[in-house]
Design a protein around this ligand. Sequence first.
Ligand SMILES: *Cc1c(COP(=O)(O)O)cnc(C)c1O
Length: 454
Amino acid sequence: MPSAPDPRRRLPSVDALLRSDRGRRAVAALGRDVVRRAVQDALAEARATLARGRPAAEPEPLLTAAVARAEADLAGIGRTINATGVVLHTGLGRAPLALEAADAVARVATGYADLEVERTTGARGRRTSRTERLLAALTGAEAALTVNNGAAALLLSLAALAGRREVVVSRGELIEIGGEFRLPEVMAASGARLVEVGTTNRTRGADYRRAIGPRTALILKVHPSNYRVVGFTESVAVGELAGIARESGVPLLFDVGSGLLRRRAPLPSDEPAIDEALAAGADLVCFSGDKLLGGPQAGLLVGRRDLVDRARRHPIARAVRVDKMTVAALEATLRLYATGRAVEIPLWTLLATPRRTLLARARALAAEIPGATARASETSVGGGSVPGTALPSAAVVVPAKRPDRLAARLRTGPTPVFCRVEVGGVALDLRAVAPDEDALLAAAVRAALEAEPR
Ligand SMILES: *Cc1c(COP(=O)(O)O)cnc(C)c1O
């Protein structure tokens, strides 16, 4: 019986596509290695589509898609305008750095730096000792430790302080946050054994007391940074938990996540501040550098010296150390707090702008965009902080029959803009847009509208 012809045979070969006119031009402009791999990947996808019984793309669009991917990979990461309203948007890189921090990075990036040497003695030093002294001074902690990100700070603390022993944590705090961070999985990876207490909505002091025994190494409290349990709820405040920890002779680790160094307007009072968590008796507090601290990606650990030292000596500490650019950005960011210049941190300017200022800018922008209107809006801080709290804001609304298509045009233009897609149009929220970006934003929207008529 003759077998049916395999439709995969009809796909062109990699070489045939690369030898075509467009293939040659792409190779000349983008380099053979990257274009060849993009074409191989596009062909593999086409074969998989055929194998599922669906028609694959024709050679011409297949090559177009491959070249577009190669171009995007070589163009790399770029500056974008964040008109989503979410100030700490993980997809858009979280906190924008202060100019002073960006300058510090640029200065050390292209040359050498006194990263691990003492300038006065020439002796070997530690790369993060300056950062850690500043952090300790600003939070009132005995000691501090700097690693690569918040997840690493937690992993390291658990591995160093609990080893294979038990860690007691409330069921209401077994969180998942964006980017594949699931608390139970991080705990499992550290080797520590998870002992869950209480229920999703209610955990009391007695629940912790019952679970603590001879195998308990640590009590963990986690700020449920991206959701809020409302209604019939109860959790144990850090002060009460610190009392229980002390009675049982077990340290308390508080994963605050968001990293509000000290209380500042306009954040609500239930957003935990690092200095308050330590003053309330937490033995160790960990948080991210690029959330409410307003610095680079980093994981920071502050608290009792003996516990910080144990974490510092653990081999994972070396595996998750920071590079010189992070050190430079963190030192500069902390310097701004230390010298009373936190307002120079873009995050605090963005968060502190009154809605009426944003509305006035929205009206001025709307006047420059055909068919657009200005209105009050609400947004959130994002980045695992201040969950459930709406931030008053203002937006420019651009009507469109196909809002998703307009949003795609905005993302792929020469100045990429990320906005909110709504029914009947897109909303450009100004909460996370710096005033000096307004003119660029207006131009980008006008260009997108010309390319994508409504
Ligand atoms: C954000 C967050 C983390 C992870 O921090 P990264 O810097 O993103 O690695 C861990 N715990 C909590 C509570 C957080 O909010």
